[in-house]
Design a binder for this molecule. Structure first.
Ligand SMILES: Nc1ncnc2c1ncn2[C@@H]1O[C@H](COP(=O)(O)OP(=O)(O)OP(=O)(O)O)[C@@H](O)[C@H]1O
Ligand SMILES: [Mg+2]
Length: 495
């Protein structure tokens, strides 16, 4: 009996016991696993308990029950079961109604063994095909649905027939039409090109396209994507019916590349700025020199001495800035010496003030305790505070009360100095506080930020065996604290 469960299952629904017995015998002998039911209700119960491939239903059952209604209910309960209607009174109308319900076949009584067995055999084969197609289709649908990249499938008319969860997640769209809907997820400038590629794929002139483009999200954002577009099905099976579009999001890769290129341009600028500064200093020398010479002339001295002095003063100021820049780009071996960290902070403020970076800012100094020395490289330490103060200035750009607090914290210990830079700027959300030290993380990319400032600061701090931390309240400001070991307590990092 065990083997019988492997046989195709057939349900015979007939109110006449003789018919049930005859049909069951025919079909069992032909190798089917047969169950019987006298009416629609018991057929429904049997369907709930078994997975039938075929149901053979009499047209008119007891108490006027209509076999067509039974077929409808059975198909609803199991769409993968094929049904055959048996009738003693064939009419064109009942045949049409039966086929409309999706019944597989229609047999007229009296039926022979061969007629029944052949019809059931064919229906069982059709049911088997439906099941395997269903397995393939549902497997494909579940792969497409769960795939982590956006996928959309379009029919030959350009209507979207399938789009997966990643697609909706990425673009937040529920567009049902692709090419006619310019306000969909396709960049307007790209619609014509897409249409041409779509047609080329449909006509078989091309089998795939791959190119970089932009996608629009419903909230107005954009993604940079590598779009893969290909015709679904074999090239031999023309006309091709579906076009598949898959997107690979390359926004982060492209942004990173842009930042690397920007960083590279800055490095190049650093390399050539040595000779540029040389030229600028020569020109300044000429300006200040000629002004001095002019002052020797009595006429000029009498009529324009104040102006000449201003020219000389300005030229000297620019010359001083050039010296600062020259120092900053100098590629020395990193030498360490005893340095007062407060002097370093002051030097950083002086440089930035001259460069006009601290305009409209109220600077508060808080150097508590005795003078201390740390063991470090002056230029690198300067770079720490220049970066931190520039960041503070950026954070206060749109704020009325721009207050910058710098100094040495009172919690500095015997062994280390805690130096801080505090601003009254926009603050940093908690979830971003660990990210800001990562290279290339920046919220100022649009203003030329590279996102390298804090990662370099951290490297310099670590080189000095120190630590850096940040405390921040969104809307109130941020405080960066750099703790560096004092001279007597530092292992010599340069050693
Ligand atoms: N004081 C601050 N207040 C608010 N946000 C800050 C502050 N300092 C840093 N940040 C945030 O950390 C990010 C990273 O800073 P980082 O100095 O590394 O790069 P950047 O300033 O954006 O660019 P770069 O310094 O390379 O020009 C900033 O873009 C900003 O979002
Ligand atoms: Mg910065």
């Amino acid at each position: 009996m065990q083997a019988s469960s492997q046989l195709p299952k057939v349900l015979v629904v007939d109110d006449e016991e003789t018919m049930r017995f005859t049909l069951k015998t025919f079909l069992c002998e032909a190798g089917f696993d047969v169950a019987v039911a006298p009416d629609g209700a018991s057929a429904g119960i049997a369907f709930g308990e078994n997975d039938f491939q075929v149901a053979l239903v009499d047209r008119i059952l007891a108490r006027g029950e209509d076999g067509v209604d039974v077929i409808k209910r059975l198909k609803h309960a199991n769409p993968f079961c094929e049904t055959i209607l048996l009738t003693a009174h064939p009419t064109f109308e009942s045949a049409a109604t039966t086929l409309k319900t999706g019944a597989f076949d229609y047999l007229v009584k009296p039926v022979t063994r061969d007629m029944v067995c052949t019809a059931v055999q064919e229906a069982a084969q059709a049911a088997g095909r439906k099941r395997s197609e269903r397995t393939g289709l549902s497997l494909f649908q579940s792969i497409a649905q769960t795939a982590p990249i956006p996928i959309a499938v379009f029919n030959a008319e350009g209507a979207m027939e399938l789009s997966n969860a990643a697609f909706y997640r990425a673009y937040g769209l529920d567009s049902t039409h692709f090419f006619d809907a310019g306000d969909g997820f396709v960049d307007e400038a790209d619609i014509e090109k897409n249409r041409a590629e779509f047609q080329a794929l449909l006509s078989g002139d091309a089998t795939e396209f791959q190119r970089e483009t932009r996608r629009l999200t419903r909230d107005g954002g954009t993604h940079k994507v590598m779009q893969h577009m290909f015709a679904c099905g074999s090239a031999a099976a023309l006309p091709l019916k579906h076009i598949v579009v898959m997107d690979q999001d390359i926004t982060d890769i492209r942004n990173l590349q842009n930042r690397l290129l920007h960083a590279d341009r800055l490095t190049t600028l650093g390399k050539i700025s040595g000779s540029l500064l040389h030229e600028i200093k020569n020109s300044l020398q000429a300006v200040a020199g000629y002004a001095e010479l002019a002052l020797v002339k009595e006429q000029v001295k009498n009529s324009a001495e104040p102006e000449m002095r201003k020219i000389i003063g300005a030229a000297n100021g620019v010359d001083e800035m050039c010296n600062v820049l020259k120092n900053m780009i100098r590629r020395d071996d990193i030498t360490f010496s005893s340095v007062d960290p407060c002097d370093v902070i002051e030097k950083a403020i002086a440089i930035l003030s001259k460069a006009g970076a601290l305009r409209n800012m109220c600077i508060h100094r808080r150097y508590s305790g005795q003078k201390v020395l740390i063991h470090g490289n002056v230029l690198l330490l300067q770079q720490i505070f220049i970066n931190l103060i520039i960041n503070a200035a950026h954070a206060m750009e749109n704020i009325q009360n721009k207050s910058l607090y710098v100094g040495r914290a009172s919690d500095s210990t015997k062994n280390a100095a805690s130096l801080f830079v505090r601003d009254t700027g926009c603050g940093i959300p908690k979830e971003l506080r660990s990210k800001i030290f990562e290279p290339f993380y920046s919220t100022y990319l649009h203003k030329g930020g590279t996102g390298l400032g804090l990662s370099i600061v951290r490297q310099i701090v670590e080189l000095h065996k120190g630590t850096i931390s940040v405390a921040s309240v969104v809307g109130r400001g941020s405080m960066f604290t750099v703790t560096l070991p004092l001279s007597d307590h530092a292992d010599n990092p340069s050693a």
